[in-house]
Design a binder for this molecule. Structure first.
Ligand code: GLN
Length: 535
């Protein structure tokens, strides 16, 4: 049997950031998968952090966690949601990680006698990562973070330039994403920024095969012809990436523009036409939902909702499962003084978080949800703070808190496990990735999942403190999910409430539009019921 020849699609971006390169890559992956191909992804990030785990969400948006416990760029979330690919540590590489490995080799003496340089040592290390991530698939999408022209991106661009000569032109496809603006004062579509960014790309030796134009309108044939002429690509290689209402419409828009067909042509691949029926159905439900619910998220990073990307998507997926639109409102926990502002919520969610800022506001939100019987879902910190609230206001443990928030608390109901205190290198040292959990029969969690043993992804340092297990159970807290050895609390809930469930893990990372996560489905269902009662 002939060895599988991996095809490589490289995605770059020009002019500005936030062009939706990640979504474009995810959508191309979806189309390739719909053509029957095995797909994977690699995100190359030009910054010097070894991984985004040490960055503030305001800097970077969400840190997405993979099954194998890698802390990655949020684009990996798009990739996994749009396809069936299972990603991990090898699928996100930063300049920091590359330099870290090159410098470690240098110290080991692997380059003894040589001068260690960006070219070839750094570029070789980048190419190795691309080969490694692209094993055993038909197509790998390699997205280069940042914008063409950034100093930091240069080694990555040089590496992919060399890559094309190494594996052969017919096995690589360069897709460049750039904006096309409509200038209202002139009443015209402007193509100069695209032309300039392609020039920039050409100056480092890369000639794109396909240009994805981000616009707010479809481009006329003549505009496409102009871009094609000046950017040196085929006319049918100029694709309109028009703004859409829902990100889940992007694959169809690309397909209608002929993108997957063109890529198959560039890569000299013979595949069937894609089957997009499930995407059509999804778009239909999203466009015409039967009713709407409002979920209020009480968190700290509400000014940058990118920080809650996977949560937002998981809520939308939960809504899709019950054909209901989900309107998400954000409330800044630091500003939450009077919790009655939450009275219009059909469901309240306290998400993940770190540090003490805004904690009391979140605890108020938990209390409001519990006392007013509004469906509540707590995620990670949202679970820990639900425990604190219950301990204080139901079990009478005054001042109960997480050790992270107050080191002096009388009742550290959430605490560090032995061993965590001594950790000095903070990067990558939390409980990360998938861990098994056993659900207690007859609880809401087990009802939602419909199975006894599950596995979910984690990213936290603190845990439920078992010294309080008995006391809180007596007061009515249900420990509905535990680690298989019974030592770690994974899910809590309370009875006598329409829906009050909180998990130490992050279910949102495993939710997909075609496989909405059971906890989010159960939560949105409860919210819909609550909504109905309020009418
Ligand atoms: N800050 C908490 C911890 O480290 C919760 C983390 C989170 O919400 N992801 O345990």
């Amino acid at each position: 049997m002939q060895a599988r020849q991996t095809k490589y699609i490289f995605v770059t971006g020009g002019v500005l950031s936030s062009l939706g390169k990640g979504l474009a890559s995810a959508s191309i992956g979806a189309l390739m998968e719909a053509r029957g191909l095995r797909v994977t992804f690699l995100k190359l990030d030009p910054y010097l952090n070894v991984d985004p785990g040490t960055m503030n969400p305001f800097q970077h948006g969400e840190v997405y966690v993979t099954e194998d416990g890698a802390e990655t760029d949020l684009d990996l979330g798009h990739y996994e949601r749009f396809t069936t690919s299972v990603l991990g540590q090898v699928n996100n590489v930063t300049a920091g990680r590359i330099y870290d490995s090159v410098l470690a080799k240098e110290r080991r003496g692997d380059y003894l006698g040589g001068t260690v340089q960006v070219i070839p040592h750094v570029t070789d290390a980048i190419k190795e990562r691309i080969y490694e991530a692209g094993q055993d698939v038909d197509v790998i999408l390699v997205e280069i973070g940042g914008t063409v022209g950034d100093i930091e991106s240069l080694p990555f661009l040089e590496a992919i330039r060399q890559f094309r000569s190494e594996v052969g032109r017919q096995h690589t496809c360069f897709v460049h994403v750039a904006p096309v603006f409509f200038l209202h004062t002139a009443g015209e579509v402007k193509t100069k920024p695209v032309q300039h960014s392609v020039k920039e790309l050409q100056s480092v030796g890369i000639a794109p095969d396909i240009i994805l134009c981000r616009t707010d309108r479809f481009l006329s044939k003549s505009i496409k012809a102009k871009i094609a002429l000046f950017c040196n690509v085929d006319e049918d290689a100029v694709i309109t990436a028009k703004d859409v209402d829902s990100i889940y419409e992007v694959p169809q828009v690309f397909h209608a523009e002929g993108l997957d067909e063109k890529i198959a042509q560039v890569l000299n691949m013979w595949t069937g036409r894609p089957d997009l029926r499930h995407w059509d159905e999804l778009a239909r439900v999203l466009r015409k939902p039967e009713g709407e619910i409002t979920i209020v998220m009480v968190g700290k990073y509400v000014d940058l909702t990118e920080s809650y990307k996977s949560l937002n998507e998981a809520l939308v997926h939960g809504g899709v499962a019950i054909k209901t639109g989900v309107n998400i409102e954000y409330v800044d926990s630091e500003k939450l003084v009077d919790a009655s502002v939450l009275s219009q919520a059909d469901g309240i969610l306290v998400p993940h978080g770190f540090g003490s800022r805004g904690v009391e506001g979140k605890i108020k939100a938990v209390q409001y949800a519990r006392e007013n019987k509004i469906p509540y879902l707590g995620i990670c910190f949202g679970m820990q703070l639900a425990v604190c609230e219950f301990a204080r206001n139901v079990a009478g443990l005054e001042g109960a808190n997480s050790r992270e928030v107050s080191s002096e608390t009388q009742h550290p109901v959430i605490d560090l496990l032995p061993g965590q205190e001594e950790i000095e290198d903070k990067g990558g040292s939390m409980r990360l990735g998938a861990y098994p959990c056993v659900l207690k029969e007859g609880t809401r969690a087990s009802e939602a999942y419909g199975e006894a043993e599950i596995s979910e992804r984690h990213r936290h340092r603190y845990e439920f403190n078992n010294d309080y297990r008995e006391k809180l159970a007596e007061a009515g807290l249900v420990f509905s999910g535990l680690s298989p050895d019974g030592k770690l609390v994974e899910v809590i809930e309370i009875e006598d409430h329409p829906f009050f469930v909180a998990s130490q893990f992050h279910p949102e990372f495993a939710s997909k539009p075609f496989a909405p996560h059971p906890l989010f489905v159960a939560f949105t269902k409860a919210a819909k019921l609550h909504h109905g009662e309020g009418e």
